[in-house]
Design a protein around this ligand. Structure first.
Ligand SMILES: [Zn+2]
Length: 471
């Protein structure tokens, strides 16, 4: 994510976590080794995000949205494997009502408490068993209010809707294990009134028209963290082509000027991707592109997998390829190699900031060293309250993660040398492709490729607030 230079004023309405009360539903007839899956994935920063007890392999979503009534209806087919003997399990679903649930074709009961949906199958699910859950649901979707990090999720717009946000957004429009540690492949059939576009992740399939409605199909076949899924519905100019043999689809809101700075900036997506691939290794996904929305409430750009979404303010002053470089860098750092826990978000934002500097150097704006020096000069060494490697849940989008994170990456390059650094980046993106990773794993690989002891280096840059010596 990259914030535009504006702060959204929002109101806090804390999402209520599951109380653990099963609502008096009868206990399933299973042996005592079976127990309820946890109502959180156990992230130290956001313990109630996601759920425990299973691992999702695939989401298959059929969703219909009518902007006239703001009503959404959906069928989610979720294929998962139990990681414990499960008597019941949770999905995250916010503000939408469930009308029917089956597990492996048999009717299951469900109980909603806040954004937690507890599903109790007719019999227990043994550890290691693959099972398929089908959830029928609907209602009027709305955002997840978050005063410190910004609202995420479903947003009605003048011509349609935008479902977008980090660190959580997906649960506002489909039932999901809403934590990046559980990546899954993803397919969306999005039905909207004919005449509107519906743009999402991955490769576009055929569209179908029936009775005044159009169904758009999108498939993301590389495992994806849930916050990187999105849909944008409205009036868009779509440009379709290929780049490097893969589909390249860009879209700009009709209300933004044709051939204006937004269109010109994202038109360079393929070129910027190729440049970054020389630094980071092969582009990891089978589609590419970008979407520029004309919605002031989207005051950021987000690295939604294989096709980032950009708020309009990035292009208000003219072309801005730097933000495109930032979001495309995330396709390697954040999307393909995803977080295991939110604490390590500098692994995403530090490298994306460094990528901005790389692109600016490529464009002869300034060298990476000049960008580092400028940041080092102007960073709030004394004022910034958080560290880079453990910023705290409320500061995952703070300066220590972005600015100091970017400096950490460059300082690492200076410390281990260009050859080892190049090897590190390419091995990192190859080894963890389509997976998850942690700061400790990056430190271990950096030490391995460089043959250097780097504990003191990372301790200073990541876990202390004081100004480290210039490398
Ligand atoms: Zn970012």
């Amino acid at each position: 994510m990259r914030r535009a230079a504006m702060v959204l004023a929002v109101t806090l309405v804390a999402a209520s976590g599951c109380s653990g009360d099963d609502g008096g539903k009868p206990a399933p007839a299973v042996s005592s080794s079976f127990s309820a899956g946890s109502d959180g994935a156990g992230d130290p920063y956001f313990p109630k995000y996601g759920n425990g007890g299973y691992d999702v392999a695939a989401y298959d979503l059929k969703v219909k949205f009518d902007p006239k009534t703001d009503q959404l209806t959906g069928t989610a087919t979720i294929t998962a494997t139990a990681t414990q003997d499960l008597s019941s399990f949770n999905l995250d679903l916010s503000k939408l009502a469930v009308s029917a649930v089956t597990v492996d074709g048999a009717k299951a009961t469900s109980a909603a408490s806040g954004a937690e949906l507890t599903i109790t199958p007719s019999g227990g699910i043994g550890r290691g068993r693959e099972f398929t859950t089908v959830v029928e649901y609907g209602g009027k979707p709305s955002r997840l209010a978050n005063s410190t990090l910004g609202d995420g999720g479903w947003l009605e717009t003048a011509t349609g809707a935008i479902a977008l946000g980090q660190p959580e957004s997906a649960s506002t429009w489909y039932p999901v294990n809403d934590h990046p540690s559980d990546k899954a492949t993803w397919q969306l059939e999005m039905t909207v009134p004919s005449g509107l576009e519906a743009i999402s992740n991955g490769v576009q399939g055929p569209t179908r028209d029936a009775g005044g409605w159009t169904t758009w199909t999108w498939t993301e076949s590389s495992p994806m963290a849930s916050y990187l899924s999105y849909v944008v519905i409205g009036q868009y100019r779509i440009t379709t082509g290929t780049h490097g043999g893969k589909p390249m689809i860009t879209a700009v809101a009709d209300s933004l000027p044709a051939g204006g700075p937004a269109a010109a900036s994202i038109a360079r997506t393929g070129e910027i991707t190729d440049f970054l691939a020389t630094k980071f290794g092969p582009y990891p996904f089978d589609a590419n592109g970008g979407v520029v929305v004309d919605e002031q409430r989207i005051g950021y750009a987000l690295e939604t997998q294989s096709r980032p979404v950009y708020g309009p303010s990035f292009f208000a002053g003219g072309e801005n390829e730097t933000v495109v470089a930032h979001e495309l860098a995330h396709q390697w750092f954040g999307d393909s190699v995803a977080l295991q826990r939110w604490q390590d978000i500098w692994l995403n934002e530090g490298f994306a900031t460094y990528a901005e500097w790389l692109w600016d150097e490529h464009e002869k704006v300034q060298t990476v060293e000049q960008a580092f020096d400028d940041t080092y000069e102007n960073y709030g060494w004394l004022q910034t309250p958080e560290t880079t490697g453990d910023p705290g849940a409320g500061r995952i989008f703070g300066d220590a993660v972005y600015q100091r994170g970017g400096m950490t990456v460059y300082a690492l390059r200076k410390t281990i040398g260009d050859a080892a650094f190049d090897k590190l980046l390419k091995q990192w993106t190859a080894q963890h492709r389509d997976g998850n990773a942690t700061t400790d794993e990056l430190i271990a690989l950096a030490e391995q490729v460089s043959g250097k002891q780097l504990d003191a280096f990372f301790q200073k840059w990541l876990f202390e607030k004081a100004k480290p010596p210039k490398p």
